[in-house]
Write a protein that binds this ligand. Structure first.
Ligand code: ITT
Length: 203
């Protein structure tokens, strides 16, 4: 997928996830940043906690039992809706599977204040150096009805600030340029580039 001629040195990093939407987005983000994001599925239990960082750190620790010598990352993300006091937040995956987009819209019926944000927490594992956390946020509002067929999860009801379309009405590149996930990923890549450059200087 990534050719050396276009990118110079391509960094390869494994992504531990089973979420196809998330994998698609990270792969595209990787192509832009000259990082080959290789999805891998590992048996792990997702703990319940009201803290995304704790969930992601626990997932990364479990994955490291299988991928001890690999550069890999996991991501945990959630949608926080202000008038619902942050719900579903860290429970987004469960809420999406149970009441779904239409259930969330029902909970919000009658609310004129509909502000919300997405948060992404990435935990990077570096062999011999342990874990490092990167975060990204995007603020916006919850639409009055579901719109669009792109993306995944709550994308049809999330309108990022300064835009009129929902994430599900945008193409993958546009969503990635604005999203919580894109911001966390670019922070990780910036850090990796600096870390690898200084290591190369030491050698
Ligand atoms: P993993 O295998 O990577 O853990 P997952 O689906 O369990 O996949 P998360 O716990 O991080 O992933 O996701 C929580 C849920 O939040 C996800 O299932 C979506 O419903 C929602 N979500 C997260 N990021 C989203 C995004 O960019 N757009 C829409 N919904 C999102």
């Amino acid at each position: 997928m990534l050719r050396r001629g276009e990118c110079g040195e391509v960094l390869k990093v494994f992504l531990v996830s089973r979420n196809e939407g998330k994998i698609r987005e990270f792969r595209e983000l990787g192509v832009r940043e000259c990082v080959d994001v290789v999805p891998v599925s590992v048996d792990k239990v997702e703990i319940q906690s009201d803290d995304l960082t704790q969930i992601a750190l626990y997932s990364a620790a479990q994955a490291s039992l299988h991928l001890r010598n690999e550069l890999f990352f996991v991501e945990d993300a959630g949608l926080y809706i202000k008038p619902l006091k942050g719900f579903p937040g860290p429970f987004s995956s469960y809420v999406y599977r149970t009441i779904g987009v239409s259930g969330v819209l029902k909970l919000l019926s009658g609310f004129s204040e509909r502000s919300a944000y997405f948060e992404s927490v990435i935990v990077l594992h570096q062999p011999t150096q342990g874990f490092r956390v990167f975060r990204g946020f995007v603020t916006g509002t919850i639409s009055l009805e579901a719109r669009g067929s792109g993306g995944f999860g709550f994308d049809p009801i999330f309108i990022p600030e300064g835009h009129e379309k929902t994430f599900a009405e945008m193409d993958l590149e546009t969503k990635n340029s604005l999203s919580h996930r894109g911001k966390a990923f670019r922070a990780m890549v910036d850090w990796l580039r600096t870390a690898y450059k200084s290591r190369a200087r030491e050698i």
